[in-house]
Design a protein around this ligand. Sequence first.
Ligand SMILES: Nc1ccn([C@H]2C[C@H](O)[C@@H](COP(=O)(O)OP(=O)(O)OP(=O)(O)O)O2)c(=O)n1
Length: 141
Amino acid sequence: METEGEIEKKEAAMAAEEEEKEEEEEAAVAGDVSLQELSKKLNDFAKERDWEQYHSPRNLLLAMIAEVGELSELFMWKGEVRKGLADWDEAEKEHLGEELSDVLLYLIRLSDICGVDLGDAATRKIVKNAVKYPAPSKGGA
Ligand SMILES: Nc1ccn([C@H]2C[C@H](O)[C@@H](COP(=O)(O)OP(=O)(O)OP(=O)(O)O)O2)c(=O)n1
């Protein structure tokens, strides 16, 4: 017969397994997640760990630059890399996805902490770019 402690342990393990499964399912359908959703997840992540104290604009900027360095390492000394990364193995591609994500996540967090709505700012910037560089079909060079 199981003791109360053993039952509690089993229940905790089952709950952790369930939570992990939910997270995996969430990740599987998260391909078109919004910047705002990611921003909220990052906020929750920092709050749960009491890391908000470290997430100052300067720290986040430096962390993002460090991740850009890690991203650059993947391309370093490789010569030209072909579009679609046909020569890379799956592990390298997965690593690339992780480093790109780290850069994106710190960028989103930095924007949030600075009070910038990144989705809105980026959309406006695309419009501004189009005015500055009109397409030939629209009278540009
Ligand atoms: N103070 C911190 C530390 C980490 N992260 C989050 C954001 C990044 O997505 C990721 C970065 O984690 P690491 O610093 O462990 O960096 P890597 O995942 O790149 O690990 P490593 O540098 O060992 O390759 O974790 C965060 O939000 N705030």
